[in-house]
Design a protein around this ligand. Structure first.
Ligand SMILES: CC(C)(COP(=O)(O)OP(=O)(O)OC[C@H]1O[C@@H](n2cnc3c(N)ncnc32)[C@H](O)[C@@H]1OP(=O)(O)O)[C@@H](O)C(=O)NCCC(=O)NCCS
Length: 161
């Protein structure tokens, strides 16, 4: 898909937090992703990217560093009216570029949409490859014992485009 000329992705600013909350909340209510409280989004705002289509916020996502060589893409959400225009792919590409710049070797996500991530060069993985995530966060999640999210990962070391 050729990139949409009106599409841009940039680091989120504190003033974007409410729009990010609204995007995530819309899909969390539909059971498509986990919710993120507004206060948590404010605290993690430096991790977030926002995508704009013709100037208006169309999507968001965050890259959270979990270790010296591991980061997680989370809270990836594209507004209903903006889907299918490369917004999600552009946010993932921006997160991967950030990870590379930080010298991170592996990026992963837990998702209900593994097919989307496979299109972005990720492969299905075993969640237990990421004990930093499972034992720090997943254990506190209300869905821990009945988790339907699928782990996907992308190796950023040489050889992976
Ligand atoms: C999943 C989501 C992020 C995709 O964003 P998007 O902007 O619509 O996707 P894009 O237009 O960037 O699509 C990029 C590619 O992925 C494919 N794709 C998009 N959604 C897909 C899905 N659910 N399953 C498989 N492939 C998908 C597209 O067909 C496109 O393929 P191409 O490279 O061959 O053209 C978006 O639909 C969304 O926010 N959904 C609700 C919340 C959610 O599920 N978030 C992800 C949970 S971690």
């Amino acid at each position: 898909m050729p990139p949409d000329p009106g599409l841009s992705v940039a680091a989120a600013r504190p003033a974007d937090a409410e729009a990010i909350f609204a995007l995530v909340d819309r899909w969390a209510r539909a059971g498509e992703m986990l919710e993120r409280p507004l206060a948590e989004i404010h605290e993690a705002i430096r991790d977030f990217k926002v995508a704009r289509l013709d100037g208006a916020i169309a999507g968001c996502g965050s890259l959270r560093v979990l270790g010296a060589d591991l980061a997680e893409i989370r809270s990836l959400a594209v507004g209903e009216a903006s889907q299918g225009r490369g917004v999600g792919a552009a946010i993932v590409a921006a997160c991967v570029a950030d990870a590379r710049e930080l010298g991170i070797e592996r990026v992963f996500a837990l998702t209900y949409k593994p097919g989307f991530f496979e299109r972005q060069g990720f492969a299905v993985a075993n969640v237990m490859d990421f004990p930093q995530k499972v034992w720090r966060e997943c254990v506190r999640c209300p869905f821990f014992s009945d988790c339907r999210e699928i782990a996907v990962a992308r190796d950023l070391r040489a050889g992976d485009a």
